[in-house]
Structure formats: C-alpha cells, structure tokens
Design a protein around this ligand. Structure first.
Ligand code: NDP
Length: 332
C-alpha cells in the first residue's frame, strides 16, 4: 500500500491537521512505456501552498478537495521504462505528497547527489534560492553601499536574500521572529543588524535606528504591519520586492494597512510583485551563480529537517508559527 496526503478541507485561518488526510492506495505494479516509478526522499513545505488550499483565482491552480497535495519533491527513480531516466537517478519537480508515484518524467529535472545534499535542491539550489536571487536582482536591483531590509529573514528565502545582499556589498538588516533566529542571522549569515518584530514595540523607529541611511531595497516576505513600518523609512527611488505576505495568508478578513501610494509618489519608489516562475529563463544562470557562491563559501544555508511522511502536514502548519530556521523540508 502507498500512502498519499490529500486535502480534506479548505483551511479557514491557520491550517489544522484535520485539513489534511492520509489515505492508502494500491500502487499498480505495471509500469507503462515511458513512465518511471519514483520513491519520495524529501518534500518541500512552502507558505505559498496555503494560497493553493483556497479556491481563489490565482497564478497557480487551487488544490482540489480529496485530491493529493503537490509541492517540490526530490525522488529516487526505483524503476524506469523511460529512456531519459535510469534506476538510481534522483530527480526534482512538482510531485504529489505520495510515498511512491509514477511519472512520465515531464517537468522533472535530474539532480546530482554528489554535488550537493539532496535537500538543497528544494532550498538554496531550488525554488527558494532562485526566489531570493532573482527577486533581489531583477526587482531589488541592489547596489553596493545601499541598505537592504529583509523580512522573514531567518527563513528559506530571506536568509539567502540577505546573504546575497552582503556578497554584493550592501548593509543588510534582517527582521525575524525570535532573538535566537536573529543571533543566527548575524553569526552565521553576516547580517549587519536585526530586529525581532515580535518583541519590538515601535517597528518604524527600530527600522530607522537600524538603517541610519534609510532603506534602498526592501525584500518583503511577510507584508502586513512589518511592511507598513518599512514604508516610513524608504529612500528616494527605493525598490520593494513583493515576494510574500505570510502575515496575511491565514487572514479571514481583508487586513487594514497604510495607503502606500503617497510613500511611493513622494519617494518615486518602485513596488513590484514577484513570482519566481515568471523568471524561468534565468534559472540555469541563477543556479550557476548560487552554486559558485556556495563553492567559494561566500554563501551558506541552514535547513530544518523533519522526519517522516506523516509529518508533512504538521511541518507545513509549523511554518506559520515560525518553527523553521532556513528551509523547512520533510525527509521521508
Ligand atoms: P520561510 O522559510 O520564511 O518560513 C516562513 C517564516 O515566516 C516562518 O519561519 C516565520 O518566521 C515567518 N512568519 C510566519 N508567520 C508570520 C507572520 N504572521 N508575520 C511575519 N512573519 C511570519 O518561508 P519561505 O522562505 O519559503 O517563504 C518566505 C516568503 O516568500 C513567503 O511569504 C512565501 O510565500 C514567499 N515566496 C514567494 C515566492 C514567489 O515566487 N513570490 C517563492 C517562494 C516563497 P518568524 O519566526 O520570523 O516569524
């Protein structure tokens, strides 16, 4: 029998374990011509999956109730009836939350377990690393000497975006939800200054104090009040990368926030939404650059690895309580 995780309900507010269901299904032994059988090794859990659990129109289709959830997965080819893949290959791509599954190989990319740990292809060398690099470069347009503020700074995207800022010679200020995370940002990732948004009363002032020259680039992973506080500190011609808004993903009402228009006009600033898949033509160059920095030890990363297929839903839920440092992945 093969375990699958399906969407049981569309979550209301913060997702709950009951919104997911583990079901067992029989896996047909026969492998049709052109297909491969994959065994799941690592599963990426990502905040954006929350949006796919609603039925709202978006850039990516909603999950269907009673159907498997999919996310980026690294799998091992355990049987192949497809000339492009051999038994023992490792691949990554958007796949179902299943212990084993068949695929025709479309959309899958082979990964090299000798070049990097398999889990890294879901993080620094996967979607979140690409998001950090391409979001920062294409919209943030960072210049040496400028100040970069990153929210969600201790997470998968934020921890890489901040380090890239340092590599490029910016002053980097990280905003995260615990002192322990903030210590890590300075100690392990070279951030210049950090702010704990959960214990800081006046975020606008804290950002002003941490950014004496103002904010030139804001890499926004969280939206909401943190993003509002940054707006009061932006410089002329600032660039704001709207990458994520996790503080709002579970909201049941449209949140109140400041009107950004006057800030953008006065400062002639740019605020632009970013979706990593729009930049797919740059993925290979971006992976090349991230790999090079990793090799040169200019870039490093951390992961929170949860063990066990059954724990995938809880690992996903825990993202909303900040239980991860760096990329949250589940080892199956
Ligand atoms: P993270 O690894 O950053 O995990 C989520 C983190 O968000 C938590 O650890 C927590 O850290 C923080 N968080 C949770 N709730 C709140 C809240 N209410 N307010 C502020 N922070 C909160 O996730 P990723 O790095 O994978 O993703 C970061 C953001 O980037 C997400 O918004 C995601 O949707 C977005 N994203 C966008 C992509 C795109 O193409 N646009 C692609 C990939 C990601 P803490 O302890 O600091 O609160």
């Amino acid at each position: 029998m093969n375990k699958t995780i399906i969407l049981n309900n569309r979550p209301v507010g913060k997702p709950k374990p009951e919104d997911f269901k583990i079901v067992s299904e029989k896996l047909e032994k026969h492998l049709p011509e052109g297909e491969i059988l994959l065994k799941t090794k690592y599963v990426s859990v990502d905040p954006y999956l929350r949006g796919r659990m609603t039925d709202a129109d978006s850039y990516i289709p909603s999950f269907e109730i009673n159907k498997p959830i999919e996310s980026a997965i690294v799998g091992e080819v355990v049987e192949s009836n497809n000339q492009s893949f051999s038994k023992g290959d490792f691949v990554t791509g958007l796949l179902d939350w299943k212990e084993q599954q068949k695929s025709d190989g479309e959309g899958l990319m082979k990964v090299n377990a000798e070049q990097a740990p398999l889990s890294a292809y879901l993080g620094v060398l996967g979607m979140t690393g690409l998001t950090a690099y391409l979001g920062l470069m294409n919209i943030g347009k960072p210049k040496a000497g400028e100040t970069l503020v990153v929210s969600g700074a201790a997470g998968a995207v934020g921890s890489i975006a901040g380090q890239i800022g340092k590599i490029l010679g910016l002053r980097v200020v990280g905003i995260a939800g615990s002192d322990e995370k903030n210590e890590m940002l300075k100690r392990d990732f070279g951030f210049d200054e950090t702010i704990n948004y959960k214990t800081t009363g006046n975020m606008t002032k804290a950002i002003a104090d941490a950014c004496p020259n103002g904010v030139d680039v804001y890499f926004d992973n969280v939206g909401g009040e943190v993003a509002d506080a940054v707006m009061f500190n932006i410089n002329d011609f600032a660039r704001i990368v709207n990458c994520g808004a996790i503080s709002i993903y579970n909201a049941t009402e449209i949140p109140k926030s400041i009107s950004v228009q006057p800030f953008l006009i006065q400062k002639r600033a740019l605020m632009q939404g970013f979706i990593v898949m729009d930049h797919a033509n740059q993925f290979s160059d971006a992976i090349g650059q991230l790999s090079q920095w990793l090799k040169e030890k200019k870039l490093t990363y951390t992961e929170t690895i949860i063990e066990g297929f059954e724990n995938i839903p809880q690992a996903f839920i825990d993202l909303f309580d900040g239980k991860n440092k760096g990329k949250m992945v589940v080892k199956v």
